[in-house]
Design a protein around this ligand. Structure first.
Ligand SMILES: C[S@@+](CC[C@H](N)C(=O)[O-])C[C@H]1O[C@@H](n2cnc3c(N)ncnc32)[C@H](O)[C@@H]1O
Length: 278
């Protein structure tokens, strides 16, 4: 099936326009990524989302001397977490001006951290070559229409030997059904992405050595199961028809996302790669 070819402008508008809805339902701090569920805690999305950040951080060899770029930083949560936990410096870059403003407002409430946030695209980054020791990202790079371009930019701004650690949506099958297109891809203005193997090949061709590639489909399935059930419950009490409609439509998409995951049309993984020295 042909891709819809969403542009960066479409993606930017979507993430600007949906900020308030996601803040009121998904997470009031603006977290918007897949949860990594710990055994025995399968019902707590917030804890799982926090755990995703901890899992990635533990794999990326970060310390107080690290200079970190968060590519697609959204409301700033991952970089705030890394700066607080590890004392690193860094910058978050995001296409949505509203999310960048939200992140900057959070930063004013957290003085002393050596980080900032900037509006811009990962396909054209305002940084010098080799400016960062680490590039991180959570569930953002899949949304870039020109992925070879963003990978090349990430390789450019990383110092030789630098670490690229991220989570992202996967598209295990090349062709997807109209149902998955509507509920999964069109829902977030996603043109589509790589399989687990395809992602590693793309990174390899941009000068990265793969250190870790983990298929985590059960975690994204659990994320949408928990979020969908929460949306159904909230729809019973939330005031206002349009908020109720949004919750119910989101819950329906969550059910369809689980079908798409079972059908190998949609997935999720984490990756750690090192920029080759020469
Ligand atoms: C699913 S959200 C994830 C946000 C954040 N990483 C988090 O974990 O909460 C995807 C984010 O990617 C950003 N994004 C999409 N395309 C981008 C691009 N070309 N350059 C920078 N940011 C982009 C969106 O604006 C959005 O904030």
């Amino acid at each position: 099936m042909a891709s819809r070819d969403y542009s960066e402008r479409d993606v930017e508008e979507f993430f600007d326009q949906t900020l308030q809805n996601y803040l009121s339902f998904w997470d009031s701090d603006g977290v918007l990524h897949t949860g990594y569920f710990a055994a025995g805690n399968e019902g707590d999305y917030q804890a799982a989302a926090q755990h995703t950040s901890a899992v990635l951080a533990a794999e990326m060899m970060i310390d107080g001397s690290s200079r970190v770029l968060d590519a697609g930083s959204g409301c700033g949560n991952f970089l705030l977490y890394l700066a607080r936990e590890y004392g690193c410096s860094g910058e978050g870059l995001d296409l949505s001006e509203k999310r960048v403003k939200f992140a900057m407002d959070r930063l004013t409430a957290a003085p002393g951290l050596r980080i900032t946030f900037r509006h811009g695209s990962v396909t054209n980054m305002p940084y010098q070559a080799g400016a960062f020791t680490h590039v991180v990202s959570q569930d953002s790079l899949c949304l870039v229409p020109d992925k070879p371009r963003s990978h090349a930019e990430i390789a450019r701004v990383l110092a030789p030997g630098g670490i690229f650690a991220f989570s992202d949506f996967l598209q295990p099958k090349e062709h997807v059904s109209e149902r998955a297109r509507r509920h999964v891809f069109d829902r977030v203005r996603w043109n589509g992405g790589y399989s687990l193997i395809g992602y590693q090949e793309a990174l390899d061709s941009c000068g990265f050595e793969i250190l870790l590639a983990r298929n985590l489909r059960s975690h994204i399935r659990q994320t949408y199961r928990v979020l969908g059930e929460t949306a159904v419950e909230r729809a019973k009490t939330v005031p206002g028809q349009s908020a109720r409609d949004w919750m119910l439509s989101f819950a329906e998409s969550c059910r369809e996302m689980q079908v798409a995951i079972d059908d190998e049309e949609f997935g999720w993984g984490i990756f750690v790669a090192r920029k080759r020295s020469a």
